[in-house]
Design a protein around this ligand. Structure first.
Ligand SMILES: O=C(O)CCC(=O)C(=O)O
Ligand SMILES: [Fe+2]
Length: 362
C-alpha cells in the first residue's frame, strides 16, 4: 500500500523518543488543565458522571419502569453522558469485542497499514491517524480503526479486518445488540419530551437510515502525557454514542466549568447524547464537551459507536413540540452534513483567532 502519508502514533511511541513532536503539543490554554489521569480518576470530590441502571427500563410494573426512565432522562438533561449498567449486552460479548479489537491493534503496524484509509480521497473507513485539519496543524495522540457496522447493506466488508477470526462475528453481533439498545434509549428520550415513543427513532432515520459507525481509538503510551491529548475537546455529532474501553482512564467531561474524569466502571457502557438529539430536543438533552487524556504507563483503547442520521436526507431542527414562545428554537435547520461543515468552519475560525490570522483564511 506504499508509504503512509501520516506517521502512525504507535510507531512514534515505539521509536522510544522521550520528546513528542511539536504538532502534538497542545495550546497554552489547554495545557493549564491537563493533569495526571490516574490521579484524576481517583479524585472523588465534586460532581461525577452519573451511573444509570437500566435493568427496569421495560419493566411490566409501571411505577418501577417510570422511575428507571425518569432517572435516565434526568441524566440526559443534566449531563448528556452516563455510565449505563445492566444494559443487557452480555459481558461475554463485550469481552469478545474488546479482545478482537485488541488483537487487531496487536498486529505489526505494516499489517494494519494494509487497511489504511485514504482521507485525501475522501475514504475515511479503515486504519488511520488524524490529519491536521486546521491552521495550527495540531495532532492527536491516537491511531484508530473506523468503519460502518450497521445496517448490513451500508457496510463495506472489504475493509473489515480478517484477523483476528472473531473480529467479524463479534462485531456483527455487537452491532445488532447495540442497535436494539439504541431503539430502547431513543424511546425513553422521546417519552421524556412528551412525544410518542417511536418519534426520535423516526426523526433520526429509523432502522433503515440510522447508521452505526465504529471508531476503535488506540492511544499508545505517551512519553509526555502532560503536553498531549488523545482526542481534543469536542461534542459528538451523533444522535447517541456508546463507548467501551479497556479500563484505562482517559475520558474527561467538561461539566460546570471543570474537566471531570470518568471512572472505570466494570461492565458498563458509556453513553453520550450527541448534537443530533440536542438539536431535535431544542437543547433539553445535552451534548457534552469531552476529550481524552493519555498516559505514560498504559496503552488505552476505546470502542466508540456513533449512531448517526443520514448525511443529506434529514433536516435536523428542534421538533415543533419542543419549541414555544418562552423557548424559541435554539438551532437553525441544517442537514447532518451541513452541521458537520458548520462545526469545522467554526473551529477553523477559532484557530484563526488563536493565530491572529484574518478570519476565513485557512
Ligand atoms: O476514548 C474515549 O473514551 C472517547 C473518544 C471520543 O470521544 C470519540 O471518539 O469521539
Ligand atoms: Fe467523542
Amino acid at each position: 500500500m506504499g508509504i503512509p502519508v501520516v506517521p502512525r502514533v504507535e510507531s512514534l511511541a515505539r521509536s522510544g523518543t522521550q520528546e513528542i513532536p511539536k504538532e502534538y503539543v497542545r495550546t497554552k490554554e489547554e495545557l493549564t488543565s491537563i493533569a495526571d489521569v490516574f490521579a484524576e480518576e481517583k479524585n472523588d470530590e465534586g460532581p461525577q458522571v452519573p451511573m444509570i441502571d437500566i435493568k427496569d427500563i421495560e419493566s411490566e410494573d409501571i411505577s418501577v419502569r417510570e422511575r428507571c426512565r425518569d432517572v435516565l432522562n434526568k441524566a440526559a438533561m443534566e449531563w448528556g453522558v452516563m455510565h449505563l449498567v445492566n444494559h443487557g449486552i452480555s459481558s461475554d460479548l463485550i469481552r469478545r469485542v474488546k479482545s478482537a479489537g485488541q488483537a487487531f491493534f496487536d498486529l505489526p503496524v505494516e499489517e494494519k497499514e494494509k487497511y489504511a484509509n485514504d482521507q485525501a480521497s475522501g475514504n475515511v473507513q479503515g486504519y488511520g491517524s488524524k490529519l491536521a485539519n486546521n491552521a495550527s496543524g495540531q495532532l492527536e495522540w491516537e491511531d484508530y480503526f473506523f468503519h460502518c457496522i450497521f445496517p448490513e447493506e451500508k457496510r463495506d466488508m472489504t475493509i473489515w479486518p480478517k484477523t483476528p477470526e472473531d473480529y467479524i462475528p463479534s462485531t456483527n453481533e455487537y452491532a445488532k445488540q447495540l442497535r436494539a439498545l439504541a431503539s430502547k434509549i431513543l424511546a425513553v428520550l422521546s417519552l421524556g419530551l412528551g412525544l410518542e415513543p417511536g418519534r426520535l427513532e423516526k426523526e433520526v432515520g429509523g432502522l433503515e437510515e440510522l447508521i452505526l459507525q465504529r471508531k476503535i481509538n488506540y492511544y499508545p503510551k505517551c512519553p509526555q502525557p502532560e503536553l498531549a491529548l488523545g482526542v481534543e475537546a469536542h461534542t459528538d455529532i451523533s444522535a447517541l454514542t456508546f463507548i467501551l474501553h479497556n479500563m484505562v482512564p482517559g475520558l474527561q467531561l467538561f461539566y460546570e466549568g471543570k474537566w471531570i474524569t470518568a471512572k472505570c466502571v466494570p461492565n458498563s457502557i458509556i453513553m453520550h447524547v450527541g448534537d443530533t438529539i440536542e438539536i431535535l430536543s431544542n437543547g433539553k438533552y445535552k451534548s457534552i464537551l469531552h476529550r481524552g487524556l493519555v498516559n505514560k504507563e498504559k496503552v488505552r483503547i476505546s470502542w466508540a459507536v456513533f449512531c448517526e442520521p443520514p448525511k443529506e436526507k434529514i433536516v435536523l431542527k428542534p421538533l415543533p413540540e419542543t419549541v414555544s414562545e418562552s423557548e424559541p428554537a435554539r438551532f437553525p435547520p441544517r442537514t447532518f452534513a451541513e452541521h458537520i461543515k458548520h462545526k469545522l468552519f467554526r473551529k477553523s475560525e477559532e484557530t484563526n483567532e488563536d493565530n491572529n490570522l484574518p478570519k476565513g483564511s485557512s
